[in-house]
Design a protein. Structure first.
Length: 312
């Protein structure tokens, strides 16, 4: 029997890109208030969908979980912009207000029959397995699986994305942070909030392993795309290098006839906005890009080796 595959981008199977008017209205308000939150919601939905695939979830649960993820931060539309878009770190008082987006989002969903099926994503995505999460400080047995999945994807995107209030953090360091949160807290007695289960961490290790596979897929795909780009770029460099050869022969030739011959040869090889006067700059730019992209591939390949050695 063929393996069931869920395609996040297939409009016939996923409703989050073909939402009913009620959902579209809510999400449009969210996007108009904070572009970072809207983009974050889309990123989390995509990551959640792919995590579900590696967890071998059913197609129906994957669709449900993905839409929950898309709506998980819908409550932020009622968080004051001064807090939601603050560039510096939140104060304790502001953080308490920010935390209310979970219960606000839950109420929004529960008050709307069309949103109600996806209310779990809003309420549980900040709960932690050891009971240190919010809003209800639940422990593993009381946190729905979709909440556990969305939590991991949410934290991952929140850390790696460039936000208005913090610096970008590398993927490897982000994964290490998420992996560390799978471990029990070393000194629970001195932790900032009560640790209800000292034997486990905040994140589900099985879900984090699936996230790592998603990250590896993304990195390998990026390498593939860059390599395809380099193939095309290499052809352009070769073409312009031929132009350069003609130009050198033209400049060293004493015969006007030969000069014109080489000049016409150059023109035959030039394309688009390239000219006899600017081709050298274009060639130099292409070579620099090629060098930079090659170094980028080497860095990504190095990251893959490191990521594969990470232990959860």
């Amino acid at each position: 029997m063929p393996k069931e595959v869920f395609d996040f981008y297939d409009r016939t199977s996923l409703k989050s890109y073909n939402l009913d008017k009620s959902m579209q209205y809510q999400l449009n308000i969210l996007g108009s208030l904070d572009v970072f939150t809207r983009k974050h919601s889309e990123n989390v939905a995509s990551v959640v969908c792919r995590i579900c695939q590696y967890l071998h979830c059913t197609k129906s649960f994957t669709e449900y979980c993905t839409i929950c993820a898309y709506l998980h931060d819908i409550g932020k539309q009622f968080i004051p912009p001064s807090i939601l878009q603050k560039h510096s770190q939140l104060t304790d008082e502001e953080y308490e207000i920010m935390k209310k987006h979970t219960t606000i989002g839950y109420k929004i969903c529960m008050d709307d029959l069309k949103l109600r099926p996806y209310a779990a994503g809003t309420l549980y995505h900040h709960e932690a397995l050891n009971g240190t999460g919010y809003p209800n400080a639940l422990v593993k047995k009381d946190i729905p699986y979709e909440g556990q999945i969305i939590r991991v994807a949410d934290v991952y995107d929140a850390i790696v994305s460039k936000r208005q209030y913090k610096s970008h953090v590398g993927i490897i360091d982000t994964l290490k942070i998420i992996i560390d949160d799978c471990k029990p807290i070393e000194h629970p007695e001195s932790y900032k909030v009560p640790v209800k289960d000292v034997k486990i961490g905040k994140n589900n290790p099985v879900i984090v392993r699936a996230l790592i596979k998603v990250v590896l897929d993304d990195t390998e795909y990026e390498i593939s795309c860059v390599m395809d780009y380099l193939k095309d770029l290499k052809k352009e460099i070769k073409r312009l290098s031929e132009v350069e050869k003609y130009d050198k022969k033209r400049l060293s030739s004493k015969s006007e006839h030969k000069q014109n011959y080489y000049l016409e040869g150059m023109k035959c090889l030039l394309i688009s906005q390239e000219t006899v006067d600017n081709y050298s700059e274009v060639l130099s730019s292409y070579k620099n890009i090629y060098k930079t992209k090659t170094e980028h591939i080497a860095q990504l390949s190095k990251e893959i080796k490191i990521i594969k050695k990470l232990k959860v």
